[in-house]
Design a binder for this molecule. Structure first.
Ligand code: PEP
Length: 252
């Protein structure tokens, strides 16, 4: 098994360009010497070129929070995978629950976005997760099943070599409510076995599955100790470099 942990920060619609650069530079300094964990931050589109430039040669990689699946065209307000790649960014978050909830993202558009990302050699971070109502109704696994199967429809494992999966229960995002270790363990195990059935055991063994939902310095160690957890997607706690570095350094 060779799964380097990935700690990724989703900055959502926070920080101006200068604030993003300042935070990124501070984080890069704090993370000097960390080689056993991959680090990624996802600022807004506007800050991508500024931040990637500043982080060149550091341990901190950069990602976008979204993309549009067409290569170019009359799509006012949208940004393509090639445009993101051109900034020097390496990752892209796809299907975040806030995009599904507020911007009409569907499994179908997610699937097209994954294709666009892989064709542009960006690393896709596919977000999936159930709502509180779906969990209470015992539909967690059927929802995750649908999101994975439809989001990754018609791909073969060779297309998805770099794919990262992020399990983010919606009820745990930005709420301070973290999923319990048992809940996370159960879901991550399920997801790895589902990926194994859809692709191959070897592919499933190597794919990184992150947990996201109110990850903090205080709970990261416990979460990272769970067998099938290969990292974290962090919202709120990634905005402050002093806090985020404590999450990145979970193994210290
Ligand atoms: C997220 O936005 O992906 C997230 C997990 O947010 P938070 O860490 O704030 O819950």
């Amino acid at each position: 098994m060779n799964r380097t942990p990935l700690i990724a920060g989703n900055w959502k619609m926070y920080k101006t360009g200068s604030e993003a650069v300042e935070t990124a530079e501070k984080l890069a300094k704090l993370s000097t010497g960390i080689i056993s964990t991959d680090i990624m931050i996802a600022p807004t589109y506007l800050s991508l070129p500024l931040v990637t430039q500043k982080l060149l040669g550091t341990n901190v990689k950069v990602g976008a929070q979204n993309l549009y699946f067409e290569k170019e065209g009359a799509y006012t307000g949208e940004v393509s995978a090639e445009m993101i790649k051109d900034t020097g960014a390496e990752y892209v978050i796809i299907g975040h629950s806030e995009r599904r909830q507020f911007f009409g993202e569907t499994d179908k558009s997610v699937c097209k976005k994954i294709k666009a990302a892989t064709e542009a050699s960006l690393i896709p971070v596919l977000c999936i997760g159930e709502s509180e109502k779906e969990r209470d109704g015992k539909n967690t696994f059927s929802i995750l099943d649908k999101q994975v199967k439809n989001g990754l429809k018609d791909f073969v494992s060779d297309d998805l070599k770099t794919l990262v999966l992020a399990y983010e229960p919606i009820w745990a995002i930005g709420t301070g409510k973290t999923a319990s270790a048992d809940q996370v363990e159960e879901v991550h195990k399920y997801l790895r076995s589902l990926i194994g059935q859809l692709f191959s055991a070897d592919f499933a063994k190597n794919i990184r599955i992150l947990y996201g939902g109110s990850v903090k310095p205080e709970n990261v160690k416990k979460l990272m100790a769970i067998e099938d957890v290969d990292g974290a997607l962090v919202g709120g706690a990634s905005l402050d470099p002093d806090k985020f570095i404590k999450i990145i350094g979970f193994d210290n």
